[in-house]
Structures are given as structure tokens and as C-alpha cells.
Design a protein around this ligand. Structure first.
Ligand SMILES: [Zn+2]
Length: 495
């Protein structure tokens, strides 16, 4: 049996990394740990001891995206890196080398076991809606005290700079719960706090482990909405019902996303496309799942709300979730542009249009975040795109060039999107809320510049590589060196 003793000075991040490494997963993988009752256990030094009796290796729920191909070598390097770091830490804390050796072999054993297990399971695409199991809360709120958010976290949560990669699902759930309390929604709509917890757990369970469209994406979109509510002082301008709809639509907006977009659904004539007649099949589905969850008394955070108000909340939420279909991007941004100069907060139509633009902004807001937070999302998105294009090729369906692994790179994927989709939309919102200039529009411009620089390097590298062997083109090599030095110079001057 494997025994790992964590020091209380060990950071939750280190512990998660160790679990990931032991399970043969990538560092940023979201993992959940369940106790025997199926409740999630927070991974941190205060977590309860695991005894021999309640060991359930299979309950270390591997909510992750399975990596293809590249794995082994990186994994090996990662394991030895982690071990080296652990060894150092353990030594510092005065444990014996013998124990380190024991730890090392135990981790190795665990890793091998997990690896052999991962070969056995095959992902199956469950049929939509027939699978009603997930809709019923499988787990109840944990019996141990809720995750305590530090004052620092609570403050950071209000800003677009929040590092969304640091948190495990349990912590993200606590953050979401905090937002409902903090905005006064729990009080104003008499939401039962336990129902709120259960509803959020159920939401978590109904996001799939896609590379991109997963629970962390749901969290990001909601957290950005929460940031905008604070930054733009929305609570002084729109009603609490509008705030409730904005936040709830963000939480629900990608529920049960299958990882393949509307184009695939329509071209492959999937069950969803047939059900919704090719009209925003995914968004209609996210919405339907959201209200199936609300239809369960245990998860209905709106149970104290009168039927008339509920109707309005339902309508508002549906409108916002349906607005996240990128096929409607031009239409929605254009109608907002028409009214932004004469915007009237007492005009219901104006406010609805604003809310639609706000959820759209949040949905595609990753590039607003600091580079180190934003960049991993591009890899996740490309992974999901490639998964789709590979499948389309197999099934003989049309493949969009921006999803084709032969045609797209990170800079090419991002530049056009930032320049022609993100910046114009955020600049329009800026007309109404000048306060987003510094916190949101400026980071977008910086990200655009960064990707343009990266593309220059990429192009120059390609030129060097394209030169036939034996007649090395020094001018291309020099060009590359010149560009890199120029960029370094700019970087230094910026600081
Ligand atoms: Zn989304």
C-alpha cells in the first residue's frame, strides 16, 4: 500500500501536481478526489487522512482530458522533476533518504498501475438527454465545512487577472457560491444556501471533460462576468434580476457540451441537430439541460421566486444562452452598435441587448486575462478543434481550415480572432463603460501584439527550415536572429 505523508507546509498546488503525476496526467489536469460517500474532498494539507479502510483507488476520479501520443517522455521527465523537488522538500524537513526511496518506488508503482488502467477504458459518447442519471444529483453537499476562501482570494476573484488554473473543482464551486452571496442574490431571491450548493454540484457534474468546453471554462466565463459586474458597477445600473440572469446564464451556458461544434452537429446530422432543426443545436441543448436541472426541487435555486418572476428569469436566461452561438456574432454586435450612443438603462430592449453582448464578451474573454492564464486555453481549444477535424476527416465531412492541424498554429488561430472579433466588440462595450479600457481592452491589444510577434518568428523559422539541406541560407538565419533581437529590444524598452 502506498503511503505519502504531506507536510502541512506543502501547498495544495504541489499536492495536486503530485496526484496528477502519480496518475500519469498532465500538470494542468483537473482532478477530483472523492470520499467513500462520493463527496468531493478538497486537496490541501488539511484534507482528512485516508485510512486503509476507506482507500478507494478508483474513486480518485480522473476528470481529465486524455493526452494522446506525446505522453511517455514528457511524463517521465515530469515524474523525475516532481520527485527531485519532493526529495528536496522532504530533505529540508528532515526525513530520511530511505523513506524518499520508498516514496519513489511507491509513486512509480502507482503510476504504472494508473497507466495500465487508462488503456482499458474507452470513451463513449453518451446519447443526449437519454442519460438522465447525471441530472439527478449523485452527490450531496459534503459533511465537512465548506472550503474557506481567504480574503485575498475573495478580492482577487473580482478581477479579470484572477488565475483560473490554480483551483480544483471544489474551490471553483466555493468561488461560484461566494459570488451569489456576495452579489446579494441569495438574500434578494431567498435562495436556500444548501440548494445553491447542490445546484452547483449538479452543474459541475453536467459539464463533460472536454479539452476546452469543460467546468473550468464555465467557471472562467462566470468569473469574468462577476469581474465585469464589479468593474462596470452594473449593480447601480441594472436590476438584481438582470444580475441574477447574467450570472446564472454564464454558469449554465455550455452545459453538457459534447466537444464538437454546431457545424459538426449539423453536417453529421447528429441527434441534437435533428432535434433542434439545425438552429443553434448546442446552445438550445445547454439551455434545456439547465432547466431540466432547475426542474428538480433539490437543485431549484428559484423555488422561492413567484411564477411570474420565474417566467422572466427563464426567458432572460434562454435569451442569453442562445446569444452565445458565434454564428449570431455579427447580428448581436451590430444591434448593440446601433444603440450604444443613445443607450438608455431604463429601456428594457437596450438592457437585453447589453446583457447579450456581456455574456458574449465573457464567453470569449480568455485573451483579456494575463498571458500565463490565457495561453493554456489556446492549447485546450486547439486540442478540441483537432479532435473534431480528425473525426470529420474520418467521417468524410467538411473540415474548417481553422480547425485543421495541418493548417493552424497558435498565432494564426489567435491574431484574426483578437483583431476582428474581440477588440471591435470590447471597444464597442467600452463606449458605454470606459472603465474596461485599462482592465480589458489594453490586455487584448497587448495579446494581439504578442501573437503578431510570435507569428513573425514562426514565419522566419519556417523560412530557415524550408531552405534545402546543403545550401544553408544564412540570410534567413540572420533575419530570424534580427527579428528575435528586435523583439527582445522592444520587450526591454516596454519594461
Ligand atoms: Zn462557452
Amino acid at each position: 500500500m502506498l503511503q505519502v505523508v504531506f507536510s502541512r507546509f506543502c501547498s495544495p498546488g504541489d499536492m495536486k501536481e503530485l496526484f496528477c503525476t502519480a496518475a500519469g496526467l498532465q500538470r494542468n489536469t483537473t482532478i477530483s478526489l472523492m470520499d467513500v460517500t462520493g463527496a468531493m474532498v478538497s486537496i490541501d494539507p488539511t484534507m482528512p487522512h485516508n485510512t486503509e479502510k476507506c482507500v478507494r483507488p478508483s474513486s480518485c476520479c480522473r476528470r481529465h482530458r486524455r493526452r494522446h501520443g506525446d505522453g511517455r517522455r514528457t511524463l517521465k521527465a515530469e515524474v523525475s522533476n516532481r520527485l527531485a523537488m519532493l526529495e528536496k522538500r522532504v530533505e529540508l524537513e528532515g526525513l530520511k533518504v530511505v523513506e524518499i526511496e520508498k516514496c519513489r518506488s511507491d509513486i512509480q508503482k502507482l503510476r504504472e498501475e494508473m497507466a495500465s488502467r487508462s488503456h482499458r477504458s474507452v470513451a463513449v459518447n453518451p446519447s443526449f438527454l437519454d442519460d438522465s442519471k447525471k441530472l439527478t444529483p449523485r452527490r450531496d453537499v459534503p459533511s465537512y465545512p465548506k472550503y474557506h476562501l481567504s480574503q485575498e482570494t475573495v478580492e482577487a476573484l473580482r478581477k479579470p487577472t484572477f488565475d483560473v488554473w490554480q483551483w480544483e473543482p471544489n474551490e471553483m464551486l466555493s468561488c461560484l457560491e461566494h459570488m451569489y452571496h456576495d452579489l446579494g442574490l441569495v438574500t434578494d431571491f431567498s435562495i436556500n444556501p444548501i440548494t445553491l450548493k447542490r445546484w452547483l454540484l449538479c452543474i459541475h457534474d453536467n459539464y463533460r471533460n472536454n479539452p476546452f468546453h469543460n467546468f473550468r471554462h464555465c467557471f472562467c466565463v462566470t468569473q469574468m462576468m462577476y469581474s465585469m459586474i464589479h468593474l462596470c458597477r452594473l449593480q447601480e445600473k441594472i436590476t438584481q434580476m438582470d444580475i441574477l440572469v447574467l450570472l446564472t446564464a454564464a454558469v449554465c451556458h455550455d452545459l453538457d457540451h459534447p466537444g464538437y461544434n454546431n457545424t459538426y452537429q449539423i453536417n453529421a446530422r447528429t441527434e441534437l441537430a435533428v432535434r433542434y432543426n439545425d438552429i443553434s443545436p448546442l446552445e438550445n441543448h445547454h439551455c434545456a439541460v439547465a432547466f431540466q436541472i432547475f426542474s428538480q426541487p433539490d437543485c431549484n435555486i428559484f423555488s422561492s421566486i413567484d411564477p411570474e418572476t420565474f417566467k422572466l428569469i427563464r426567458q432572460g436566461t434562454i435569451t442569453l444562452i442562445l446569444a452565445t452561438d458565434m454564428a449570431r456574432h455579427g447580428e448581436i454586435v451590430d444591434s448593440f452598435k446601433q444603440i450604444v450612443d443613445v443607450f438608455d438603462f431604463s429601456n428594457e430592449e437596450h438592457v437585453t441587448c447589453l446583457k447579450m453582448v456581456l455574456i458574449k464578451c465573457c464567453d470569449i474573454s480568455n485573451e483579456v486575462r494575463p498571458t500565463e492564464v490565457a495561453e493554456p486555453w489556446v492549447d485546450c481549444l486547439l486540442e478540441e478543434y483537432f479532435m473534431q477535424s480528425d473525426r470529420e476527416k474520418l467521417e468524410g465531412l467538411p473540415v474548417a481550415p481553422f480547425m485543421d492541424r495541418e493548417k493552424v498554429t497558435k498565432p494564426t488561430a489567435q491574431i484574426g480572432f483578437i483583431k476582428f472579433v474581440l477588440i471591435p466588440m470590447f471597444e464597442t462595450v467600452e463606449k458605454l463603460f470606459p472603465e474596461i479600457e485599462e482592465a480589458m481592452v489594453q490586455p487584448l491589444r497587448e495579446s494581439r501584439d504578442r501573437y503578431e510577434e510570435l507569428k513573425q518568428i514562426e514565419d522566419a523559422t519556417r523560412e530557415v527550415r524550408a531552405t534545402p539541406e546543403g545550401c544553408f541560407d544564412w540570410s534567413a538565419e540572420l533575419l530570424l536572429a534580427a527579428i528575435i533581437s528586435h523583439l527582445r529590444f522592444r520587450q526591454v524598452n516596454k519594461m
